[in-house]
Design a binder for this molecule. Structure first.
Ligand SMILES: C[S@@+](CC[C@H](N)C(=O)[O-])C[C@H]1O[C@@H](n2cnc3c(N)ncnc32)[C@H](O)[C@@H]1O
Length: 260
């Protein structure tokens, strides 16, 4: 991933501590009774600065939590208790360094945003920005979004799910690692409330086609457009990555609504 957290090229781990978040990550030996599942991310090394560590120590216990797997019987998170209010909840999968997360949460203070990421340095950058900008409608979960959706989110509860620039895994032999597959889309559809929205964006034409097929095939979802009456904004900020790395590359935005 580049400095702004946008493009994680699978296999391009950076120096530092191993950035692992769940027991199912590649690189760890599979338990004989619980074979490792294929994940959409790869363990990588990252470090955070002393300043980021200071913010992390202060804020993570309040604003962050670790993803839970099936071994933990706690059940779905109580978002009203966590945010201290009752508001529509949007889950962002793979927030990177949280550039879009922060801007969209600031633009929609009446929504509560849960940012999920396996990459600790990205979460540390987002935490520092939350601290700096005094934003109070973002919470963070570290770990695999599939675990989060499966074990921490109640059915029919989310107003939106955002997936911006998911790793495209461009090689054919890696396509099985793409996050947005029929199973994940079905899980997302299950966790959305009726009228809730999935918003995906990608600059990879092949993955865009794949996501479109998968979303259109999910019976609980119907395609909508940015001009439709939606319960959340679909205006993404143009990030540094988009301005530089994607100059001249088309971004495909895909939107579905869960049947009302
Ligand atoms: C290409 S980056 C895009 C980051 C960000 N959405 C953006 O637009 O800048 C994809 C991110 O998704 C994260 N990711 C991939 N699979 C994930 C999963 N199953 N759960 C949580 N995060 C995941 C990666 O760690 C990476 O930071």
């Amino acid at each position: 991933m580049s400095d702004d957290g946008r493009m994680h090229v699978p296999g391009s781990d950076v120096a530092g501590g191993l950035d692992t978040a769940t027991s199912s990550e590649p690189g760890e030996p599979a338990h004989p009774h619980f074979p490792r599942r294929v994940t959409s991310f790869r363990a990588r090394r990252s470090t955070i600065s002393d300043r980021q560590q200071g913010v992390w120590d202060r804020l993570w216990p309040v604003l962050g939590t670790q993803a839970r797997d099936g071994q933990d019987p706690s059940g779905p998170i109580d978002t009203e208790a966590w945010f201290g209010r009752r508001a529509p909840v949007v889950l962002e999968i793979g927030c990177g360094t949280g550039t879009s997360t922060l801007a969209m949460a600031q633009a929609e203070p009446d929504l509560d945003v849960i940012a999920v990421e396996v990459y600790r340095r990205g979460l540390a950058q987002l935490l520092a920005a939350i601290d700096r900008e005094h934003v109070d409608n973002i919470r963070l979960i570290r770990g695999d979004a599939v675990d989060v959706l499966t074990h921490m989110v109640a059915p029919d509860s989310l107003t939106g799910v955002r997936v911006f620039f998911p790793d495209p895994w461009p090689k054919a032999r890696h396509h099985k690692r793409r996050l947005l597959q029929p199973d994940t889309m079905a899980l997302i559809a299950d966790r959305l409330r009726p009228g809730g929205v999935v918003h995906a964006a990608t600059d990879h034409p092949g993955y865009a086609e794949h996501i479109a097929e998968v979303g259109d095939a999910e019976p609980r979802l119907r395609r909508v457009g940015p001009g439709d009456d939606l319960p959340l904004s679909v205006a993404r900020p143009v990030t540094k990555y988009e301005r530089k790395a994607l100059a001249g590359t088309d971004v495909t935005e895909l939107l579905w609504e869960k049947a009302r």
